[in-house]
Design a protein around this ligand. Sequence first.
Ligand code: ADP
Length: 496
Amino acid sequence: MLKVLFIASECDPFAKTGGLGDVVGSLPLALRKMRIDARVIIPKYGNIPAEYKKEMIHKKTLTIPVGWRNQYGGLEILDVMDRDGVPYYFLDNETYFKRDGLYGYYDEAERFSYFCRGVLECIPYMDFEPQILHCNDWQTGLVPLFLKEFYKDKPLYEKMKTVFTIHNLKYQGIFPMEVLNDVLGLDQAYSGYEGIEFNSNVNFMKAGIVSSDMVTTVSKTYSQEIKLPYYGENLDGLLRKYEDKLQGIVNGIDYNKYNPETDPHIYVNYRSSITKKEQNKAKLQEDLGFPIENVPVVAMVSRLTSQKGLDIFVHILEELLSLDLQLVILGTGDYKYEQILRNAAERHPQKMRALIMFNEDLACKIYASSDLYLMPSLFEPCGLSQLIALRYGSLPVVRETGGLQDTVTSYNEKTGEGNGFSFTNFNAHDFLHTIKRALSIYNDHKSVWNKIVKNALKSNFNWIGSAKKYQQLYETLLSDQADERDSSPSKILRIG
Ligand code: ADP
């Protein structure tokens, strides 16, 4: 049986700030259904819910090297049977991880360098010998580097292959050069120095790209875009250099978790009934204190950052609010956007709510109750929110970039195809125009609207197709290894 260890800084339902947590929470489940022994390791953060913490079993106490220091490491395990038996491992060190939230501390380089080294130290005690280490984003970028540098000669590790998945190229983990020696325990004479050096700093994401056997990103379009300067975040040259090992595999979502038929968070469960969806809308209008009337409810559930297209969104906000609709925004992020949205909501109490918080229960209610879902991203590696919106029959309005381009097809009047609406350029009035186009269908052509909602509900972005692509990738990596062995001099010698 193929054995894969997912290494990540987030995993739903233990710790999540965005799409990474969703993916690490759901892809291993899908792989296990395909008889792959997929397991997960994340840091044991202080704010993992107590119900999980109390079930964790301490497996081993270890010493983890961090530069010139040795730090405590505790390997804990949790078997969650109601999640199809994925074994979850947690690396415990309260100094590094018992803090509020997941990220944003002064010692991020040390915390995640410790985590990467710690995962490799834990492997002998997992009762599990992974063939593939599947790393995710910059927080785990040092795993392939450390594997090569410190572990490759040990029998347990020598055949291990690494996959590095870029969920968002914008966040790279760039730190001052001192970190190289002080935290990683390497120096500038180190043979792989070029693979981590970046404008005289160290770059954890670069290390992941250079040192891993295979690099993936979370949609086909994004895997092409990041080779261009506009999307490449200064790593486009590097990605062009390594394009032979770069592949795009679109994310799915957990169709059991996000299921309007069974979702316990929403007001009225439904499969394809427009009437029941409207009942959800009336309840949300009531909860939010909006007039309960048949106007389109337009929604956004998002980090409030420039990536998510907030600049063009706030640019057209007043014009949008002059239309006959109700607008609900759920999100947290940059203070300037939070303030603009709060102010607009205060000025338009009958039409707009700005819910500045992270709340998964409300998020589900909003997906289920809204008619139109806005995602005008500047760039979007994959995007899960539009997939959740489709699943709940809220029609996405997206900019054609990254995963949005790969998952949303703009409604085509001639063919009747399409599950949403899209626009090409990052332009505020193109965005507004596209929203108006959608609203005119909602207001004047209800049967067409209902047809597009049905198309959205029929779109299929569960994990099955993409999990098969990951399986192929793992198998290819392991068969390459077998090929290498067959033609290696030692093998020839032995035969001779
Ligand atoms: P990203 O990972 O870039 O933030 P994605 O669209 O890939 O964006 O994933 C975002 C995930 O986080 C979705 O599951 C979305 O519903 C959820 N989310 C974002 N903001 C909030 C919020 N304020 N409250 C609850 N869930 C949120």
